[in-house]
Design a protein around this ligand. Structure first.
Ligand code: G
Ligand code: G
Ligand code: MN
Ligand code: NA
Length: 262
């Protein structure tokens, strides 16, 4: 594959960049933080989204240095937002969510790299959330969970991404070092009409109630309309992300959004 062989040079030449999509509190719409989403500005093909190259990077192992680069950029960006907002003086510092591939989980440098990156940027661990897909943790043994547990003990939040699309048994949640469920976009799609499909409502209601009883916060993805936001808010979801609030964009846009409701 052409793109696969071009990946290492692309990292050297700085062809990757990060867009940030805001996460908001469903209660009042205020900005909570942002998710970092990597893109590749390819010299011939233009902007490529992660579905085009993350699987290739995972296959070749380049995801480890690429993921470290994404983490470092995003953590520095979060620190910069916080400083422009008054740093630790801000009531609630803006947070940053970064996606982790399964290969990064098994890489022995994960914990030390993360600690290093946070320290060098001067960002509190509690301002970082690492997103791991539900499928990456299905059947995870203790060796796989150990680094996540260490990060969680340091104060880093771990979110279970695309929740509801895997086959994980809900009782299994208790043994995962996870503090946030990111409800998959497919559930949000079921809230498109008002009132929403009663079965979808029951399912989301059940997930939210289980999550809260286990002290997990619930983030919803793919919110595209006000009706979806309102129904998910009534169901007790905590934070949301989607085109209704903002598409992924450059870092300064998040700063502007956060200032508007500050
Ligand atoms: O909006 P977008 O097409 O960027 O996101 C597609 C998917 O790519 C997301 O679901 C996300 O999980 C994944 N993704 C985006 N950025 C990264 C990244 O830096 N690392 C990894 N591993 N996955 C990412
Ligand atoms: O990590 P994850 O796969 O959840 O990344 C989020 C993905 O969802 C990205 O590809 C992002 O561009 C996309 N996305 C974000 N908001 C919306 C939305 O409101 N609707 C849809 N259809 N996709 C969205
Ligand atoms: Mn994600
Ligand atoms: Na997701």
């Amino acid at each position: 594959h052409g793109l696969t062989t071009q990946l290492p040079a692309a990292l050297d030449r700085n062809e990757f960049f990060i867009e940030y999509q805001p996460l908001v509190h469903l209660g009042d719409g205020s900005v909570h933080g942002a998710e970092a989403l990597v893109r590749w500005l390819h010299p011939q093909h233009g902007v490529l989204t992660p579905d085009r190259f993350i699987p290739l990077a995972e296959h070749t192992g380049l995801i480890v240095p690429l993921g470290r680069w994404v983490l470092e950029q995003s953590v520095r960006q979060a620190r910069e937002w916080q400083e422009r907002h008054g740093g630790e003086a801000a009531a609630v510092p803006l947070r940053i969510n970064v996606n982790l591939s399964p290969c990064q989980l098994t890489h022995p440098g994960l914990v030390s790299d993360t600690v290093d990156i946070l320290e060098r940027a001067g960002l509190e661990p509690a301002s970082l959330c690492l997103e791991v897909t539900e499928s990456a943790l299905i059947g995870a043994d203790d060796d796989l969970l150990k680094p996540l547990r260490r990060l969680s003990e340091m104060g880093v939040d771990i979110a279970l991404d695309d929740f509801g699309t895997g086959y994980s048994n809900l009782a299994n949640l208790r043994r995962l070092p996870v503090s946030i469920l990111k409800l998959d976009r497919s559930f949000t799609q079921g809230m498109q009409q008002f009132p929403a499909d009663p079965v979808d409502l029951k399912i989301v209601e059940g997930i939210v109630s289980l999550a809260h009883s286990l002290d997990l916060a619930v983030t919803v993805e793919g919110v595209e309309t006000g009706a979806q936001a309102e129904q998910l808010r009534i169901l007790g979801c905590d934070t949301a992300q989607g085109w209704y609030y903002a598409r992924p964009g450059p870092p300064d846009r998040l700063h502007d959004l956060a200032l508007v409701d500050a």
